[in-house]
Design a protein around this ligand. Structure first.
Ligand SMILES: Nc1ncnc2c1ncn2[C@@H]1O[C@H](COP(=O)(O)OP(=O)(O)OP(=O)(O)O)[C@@H](O)[C@H]1O
Length: 282
């Protein structure tokens, strides 16, 4: 668990201001969804938080320490999960431990049994223990992304960042991956920040929401404050109809564009247990 702070983050690429004076503080163990139209600065924000992109001004702090480069305790999951097709789910997950291996060990794939256990445990967390020996190329997009999550977990992070992890998946797989992500973060007390396009998925799995528009933070709040007016403020004139992707595999309640409930008991508490807002285990 770790406390993550963005303090006045601004990032300029030439004349483009990708982020403008973005500040927030995320307490230990919170599950935050970042929303915004394409180009609003979501990826730039996540890359700054991970130390992959240096902000033009402002700073990122994790438990009081400046984040200026990628760190072992901050894992990042990308839309393109970059797992290795030719390797099994287990071997892919194990690569999350590479930074702890010496060069010779990693070349010879000599992993300590503790790391192997960790890889199996991570695959179990994402529901792929029985597929551990399956080659990644034989897995579906959703399964491959779950292997990517397992690999991130093997890194033993305190903070989990995911940049549109379900953007290329069909609605059912996207929901499943989000559910595993939420479970993984909850089980391991990770502080998590996930960028998403789909508003319904955000509502279903998010605990706190940060909205970006033209690089500026236009919303930062919890479920009961995340209203249709807020969604309109984040998305402006962009038609959000298509972003309310169907999220219930069983054809349940979240179909279509519906007004978010402001009823806490219906939407779950600020710190709901995984699945508390949806009533389902992975
Ligand atoms: N390396 C870069 N060089 C130049 N401009 C960039 C770079 N990275 C991002 N930008 C610009 O910064 C702005 C924010 O981009 P960013 O990728 O952070 O948005 P996003 O919300 O993640 O978009 P998407 O949802 O399409 O991934 C955009 O105008 C983009 O063109």
């Amino acid at each position: 668990m770790s406390r993550l702070i963005a303090d006045g983050l601004t990032k300029e690429f030439g004349d483009t201001v990708a982020l403008e004076d973005v500040s927030f503080e995320i307490p230990d163990g919170e599950f935050v969804v970042v929303l915004g139209v394409s180009g609003s600065g979501k990826s730039t924000l996540l890359r700054c938080l991970n130390g992959l992109t240096e902000p033009t001004s402002g700073a990122v702090r994790l438990d009081g320490e400046s984040v200026t480069e990628p760190r072992e305790d901050v894992a990042m999951i990308f839309q393109q999960h970059n797992i290795i097709d030719n390797m099994s789910a287990f071997s892919n997950a194990l690569t999350g431990a590479l930074h702890r291996s010496r060069y010779v060990e990693s070349v010879l794939q000599l992993h300590a049994s503790e790391e192997k256990y960790r890889a199996l445990d991570a695959l179990d967390t994402v529901g792929l223990l029985e597929e551990a020996q399956q080659k990644a190329r034989r897995m579906s997009g959703g399964q491959q992304q779950r292997v990517g999550i397992a690999r991130a977990l093997v890194q033993r992070p305190n903070v989990l960042l995911a940049d549109e992890p379900v953007a290329s998946l069909d609605p059912g797989s996207a929901q499943q991956v989000m559910r595993y992500l939420r479970t993984a973060a909850s089980d391991r007390d990770l502080t998590a920040l996930i960028s998403l396009h789909q508003v319904n998925l955000a509502r279903k799995f998010g605990q706190r929401f940060i909205g970006l528009r033209d690089g500026r933070k236009v919303f930062d709040g919890y479920r009961e404050e995340f209203t249709m007016d807020v969604i309109d403020e984040i998305y402006g004139d962009v038609d959000t109809e298509g972003m309310f992707a169907r999220t219930d595999g069983d054809g349940g309640a979240d179909k279509g564009r519906t007004r978010p409930s402001s009823d806490r008991s219906a939407t779950g508490e600020r710190t709901p247990a995984v699945g508390a807002s949806e009533g389902a285990d992975p």
